[in-house]
Design a protein around this ligand. Structure first.
Ligand code: FPP
Length: 293
């Protein structure tokens, strides 16, 4: 543990188990949570510490959020760890971030294996230093059989980069005659994104109060609920995650439908109307809300 931090000797206590149980009982949990971890630098500056201390403290937050998400039964957690724009930061900060990432991969491996966490990465991975690519690849491989939470690190990632890259591959497939332009649909397009194997996020959390997407998951966040908190990422803990989930559970996700259509569809879903008797909208909602077969 870093010299600026207290010991990380957290063990889940009975009270926390009760809170998690209540969250599960109160409403639907998001299947996929995406996080813009922001405010590491300001957290450090407020304390008169170097920025590195903020990033180091941010790893403790990431550990607690990953643990608690897994305990809750969240399937996917995707975090913005290094954006395409972050390459413009001072060289020293960039190398320090990669050193921290490598240390994190080493330090967290045992726990990831014990808890069934599957590591994944999206972004321009081949732009990362060779040693980072190698260690990241090894960590992904080691956890590839895990069946619990999928933790995706967005590294040298930006939403526009991924969309442009997807369009390039799609255009190549059109040129090769594999697909015709009129067959391109939402679903086909999304299959070209680096996130094609994971569902779109239900909830986006952004820390440190900024109201921006900052080029994160631009396609995937189309219908996500957004929770912004003023808390800096190094101060963000499971209690803040629970607040974000409670906020999510209070929202009515309408996917462009009217409130009445949504209510009808949900009632129909609850009454377990046989699939063949459901209208298109009811089946759609049933699928969206996770009740459909
Ligand atoms: C934003 O804070 C955070 C980052 C650019 C990196 C986030 C990284 C971690 C939490 C550590 C785990 C990941 C890696 C790659 C080791 P900021 O520096 O933009 O904060 P500021 O806006 O207050 O300056």
């Amino acid at each position: 543990m870093g010299r600026f931090l207290g010991p990380d000797n957290y063990h889940q206590n009975p009270d926390d188990k009760i809170v998690q149980h209540e969250l599960r009982a109160t409403g639907k949990l998001p299947k996929h949570i995406a996080v813009i971890m922001d405010g590491n630098g300001r957290w450090a500056e407020e304390r008169g510490l170097p920025r590195a201390a903020g990033h180091q403290a941010g790893i403790v937050s990431l550990r607690d959020v990953t643990r608690s998400s897994r305990e809750l039964g969240i399937d996917f957690l995707t975090v913005y760890a290094f954006s395409t724009e972050n390459w413009k930061r001072p060289k020293r900060e960039v190398s320090m971030l990669f050193r921290l990432l490598r240390k994190m991969l080493r330090d967290e491996m045992e726990e990831m294996l014990e808890n069934g966490v599957r590591l994944n990465a999206i972004g321009q991975i081949n732009a990362l230093p060779a040693i980072v690519q190698q260690e990241l690849g090894e960590a992904i491989e080691k956890t590839s059989q895990n069946k619990g939470l999928t933790l995706t690190l967005a590294l040298s990632y930006s939403g526009r980069w991924d969309i442009v890259r997807a369009i390039q591959s799609l255009a190549l497939d059109v040129r090769r005659g594999k697909i015709s332009p009129e067959d391109i649909s939402d679903d086909i397009f999304r299959s070209y994104l680096t996130t094609s194997a994971i569902p779109d996020p239900d909830l986006l959390i952004r820390t440190s109060g900024e109201m921006r997407l900052s080029n994160f998951l631009l396609w995937e966040l189309a219908y996500s609920e957004i929770h912004v908190t003023k808390t800096f990422w190094p101060d963000f803990r499971r209690e803040n995650l629970y607040d974000a989930i409670r906020d999510y559970q209070r929202r009515e996700r309408r996917f462009g439908l009217t409130g009445a259509q949504l209510k009808n569809a949900i009632t129909a879903n609850e009454e377990k109307v046989p699939r063949e008797q459901k209208t298109y909208v009811e089946r759609l909602i049933s699928t969206i809300t996770g009740g459909g077969k």
